[in-house]
Design a protein around this ligand. Structure first.
Ligand code: AMP
Length: 390
């Protein structure tokens, strides 16, 4: 895979597709991790005297009212503070003002273009990879760097549209993501996968791909109940993905020693944080109960398994992590892993958010910046954002 180091960027107009999709509340950036993640590539371009044109999406744009809250202006301000340099900001995604600004740029100048998804208001031009838009954006630069890992599983005008038209490479952030995820192709063993979250359907591809590589897969979250129902247990009112019971049966039959299921759960009668915390073993769940977290026996069992692991990948929480009471076992297991120096990759989304909140993000080998992208990579799928560069 061609990286930024392989390109001659001296005095060139370098378009960098960043992932500045940061949480913004009332115009204030609540978490700037993603902006900081882009700095290495940007600084490299400054050092190499490039004229730097940054692009990113922010949120989703479906109607006029989405424009204001997804304006990238606060990102330009934060970036300017982090780089201690003025950042040019163009409020438009195309047009004369943008073209004139680019023409006037000197080496080391940095321009941030408005949210690429502003183009979605008019017929989903960005998300639909409109060829005319991709061609136009490509015409603004000499070379293209894709450094937005979170969108490489999508073919958008701001990644595939540009990459397929001008000389392209990946930036340092994507390089780091791929390097970390590629270690899973020949992992140090035992290699343990931890999978949680809501639906089996979302993780089928990952299970199919990783079950052949992993030594064990520890299942938690809502997903566990579909597997347990497939084994004949009564799971009460717990979340069950009925369409995938057969898939679970098949996997359990084929890999009986690899798929490890919870033995107990924190249960409630309703989907709420308000009931008293109580646990039940899997053979004791009644018809009017549902499991909202793995239980303490399961957590202890999972700890003893991960203690022997040399490599771990974890995607998805063990319980309803949004409820204070039912994030307990996810946090406890995460804390345990982080304190035991095991080479761990957190596969994006909720798991990384938990680690960040607990202050453990920097203790893991890698915390992926892409949720969907990470999952699709782990499924072994071809990712359009990368193929366009190859
Ligand atoms: P995912 O995006 O697939 O990783 O799923 C994350 C979601 O799974 C979170 O919103 C959790 O609330 C949900 N989840 C985890 N455990 C359970 C459970 N036992 N019952 C219902 N939802 C769950």
């Amino acid at each position: 895979m061609k990286t930024i180091r392989d390109l001659d960027i001296e005095n060139k107009k370098v378009i960098i597709r960043c992932d500045f999709n940061v949480p913004i509340e009332n115009g204030i950036i609540v978490d700037d991790t993603r902006i900081k993640g882009a700095l290495e590539t940007i600084k490299y371009c400054i050092k190499n005297n490039a004229k730097i044109i940054l692009m990113s999406h922010l949120g989703r744009i479906k109607e006029e009212k989405d424009l204001k809250k997804n304006n990238l202006a606060p990102v330009a301000k934060r970036l300017s503070e982090l780089l201690e340099q003025d950042i040019l900001f163009c409020d438009k995604t195309r047009g004369e003002e943008l073209e004139e600004t680019i023409k006037s740029m000197e080496p080391r100048d940095i321009l941030l273009i408005q949210n690429t998804r502003y183009e979605d208001l008019d017929g989903k031009k960005e998300s639909g990879n409109d060829p005319e838009l991709g061609k136009y954006w490509a015409s603004l630069g000499d070379v293209f760097i894709n450094d937005a890992f979170g969108t490489i599983h999508r073919a958008h005008a701001s990644n595939v549209g540009i990459a397929s038209r001008i000389e392209s490479a990946i930036g340092f952030l994507i390089e780091k993501e791929l390097k970390a995820l590629n270690t899973l192709n020949s992992p140090e063993r035992p290699f343990i996968v931890i999978l949680g979250g809501a639906k089996v359907a979302d993780k089928i591809g990952v299970i199919k791909n990783l079950v052949t590589k992993a030594d064990q897969i520890l299942i938690g979250g809502g997903m566990a109940f579909t597997f347990l129902k497939a084994k004949g247990y009564n799971v009460g009112k717990s979340l069950v993905d009925n369409d995938n019971i057969d898939f679970c049966k098949e996997i359990l039959q084929k890999y009986p020693d690899k798929i490890i299921l919870p033995v107990d759960f924190a249960v409630t009668n309703e989907f709420t944080n308000d009931e008293e915390y109580r646990e039940k073993t899997i053979d004791n769940i009644s018809d009017d109960e549902m499991g909202l977290d793995i239980g303490s026996q399961t957590t202890a069992m999972y700890k003893s398994i991960v203690l022997k692991a040399a490599t771990i990948i974890w995607n998805g929480p063990m319980g309803v992590y949004e409820f204070e009471k039912y994030k307990k076992n996810t946090d406890e297991l995460l804390e345990f892993i982080c304190n035991h120096n095991i080479k761990t990759i957190l596969g994006g989304g909720d798991t990384v958010a938990s680690a960040t909140k607990l202050g453990y993000k920097d203790k893991v080998y890698h915390a992926s910046t892409g949720g969907g992208a990470t999952l699709e990579y782990l499924e072994g799928k071809e990712l359009p954002g990368l193929s366009a560069i190859k």
